[in-house]
Design a protein around this ligand. Sequence first.
Ligand SMILES: Nc1ncnc2c1ncn2[C@@H]1O[C@H](COP(=O)(O)OP(=O)(O)O)[C@@H](O)[C@H]1O
Ligand code: SF4
Ligand SMILES: [Mg+2]
Length: 345
Amino acid sequence: MALIEVENLAITFKTQKGEITPVRGITFNLEEGESLGVVGESGSGKSLTNLAIMGLLPPNAIVTADKLLFNGQDLLNLSDFSWQKIRGEKMAMIFQDAMTALNPCYNVEFQIQETLKIHTSLNRKERLERCIHLLDLVGIADPNSRLKSFPHELSGGMAQRVMIAIALACNPKVLIADEPTTALDVTIQDQILKLITEIQEKNKMALILVTHDIGVVSEFSKNIQVMYAGEIVEKGPTKEIIKYPRHPYTQGLLNSRPGHSVIFRERLPSISGLVPDMRQRPLGCQFRPRCTFASENCERPIELYPSQFAFEKNRSEHNSTMMSITTPSVRQIRCIHPLEGERNA
Ligand SMILES: Nc1ncnc2c1ncn2[C@@H]1O[C@H](COP(=O)(O)OP(=O)(O)O)[C@@H](O)[C@H]1O
Ligand code: SF4
Ligand SMILES: [Mg+2]
C-alpha cells in the first residue's frame, strides 16, 4: 500500500464568472520514503493538489476523487479531530514565505512547543530538549538563545529553517514543501534544499517538493511529476526524464532553464504562449495551442498512460550512452506523439 494514493482528483471553484476546475484527473501514488518533485509553470495546480492532500483548501473549493487516501485512510470524509491527528503529526507542509507563516507575536520556542503540546505527550523538559534538538537538526547555531528570538529577528533563511523545524517536530511520514526556497537568495536556496533532502533521507520520510524550477527537482528529487493546466502530463524517475523527456512540455521546461545551453534532436527552444484560461480550456490536450508537434488527433481527450514500452525501445537504441538504471522504469505520459530522442545537455 502506498503512503498517499490519489485517483482522479478534481478541484472546482464556483466563481462569480462561473465554475472552474483548475485541477482534474490527478492520479498518482506516493510511496513511503519517496522523494517526488512536482514541477510546472505558475497556475498549473501544484499548490491546490497538495493543499487538497493536506485538507487545507479554502472552504469554497469542491474536491472530488475516486480515491484520496493517506496510509489507507480516506481523506475525503475526515472529521476535524482526525485531521488534527494527521496534519502536523503524520503529514506536514512548509510554504514559500516563512515570515508570514510564522506568528510574529510569539518567539521560536513557543511556536515549536505549540506543535509538540498538541501532538505529543512530552513533558515540559522533554519538549524543551526536543526544541533544541530540532533547531540543531535544521542547522541553527546556538539553539538555546535562538529559541527566544521572534520572527522579525530572523533572516529569511533562518525563518525557513525554523518553519522546517516546526514541520519536523513530530517526525512526519511525509513533508510537502511548496516552493520552499523561492523567496530566498540562490546560495541560501541551495543550503535549505540540501537540508530538506538530507533530513528526508535520514528520517526515511516521503517528500513532495513543489517548484516551478525543473532545475531544482532534477537536483533534489528522485522522481518527477510534471503538471500542466491542472493535469499530470509526465511522471517518472528524474534521471530518465532529464535525459529522455517524452512530453513536449517537459522538453520545453528543460530547454527554458536559464544558463543551460541545451540542444534537442527535436527542438523546442522555449515555450511560447500561456497556460490556458481555466474558463476556456482547449479541446483535448491542454498543451495543444503551444505545441509544435500537435496534430488533429490531439483534439481528442488524452489520458495519462504508462510509456514503458516505447522507453524500453528507446533505451536499447541508445544503450551505449544510457546511464545505469537497475530497476525497470515506470514512466507515464499524456501525449499521443511522445518524443523519442535523447536529450543532449
Ligand atoms: N481560491 C481560488 N479560487 C478560484 N480559483 C483558484 C483559487 N486558487 C487557485 N485557483 C486557480 O487555480 C489555478 C492553479 O492554482 P495553484 O494550484 O495555486 O497553481 P500553482 O501552485 O501551480 O502555481 C490558478 O491559476 C487559479 O486559476
Ligand atoms: S498530445 Fe499532441 S498537442 Fe499534446 S503534447 Fe502531445 S503532440 Fe503536443
Ligand atoms: Mg503554488
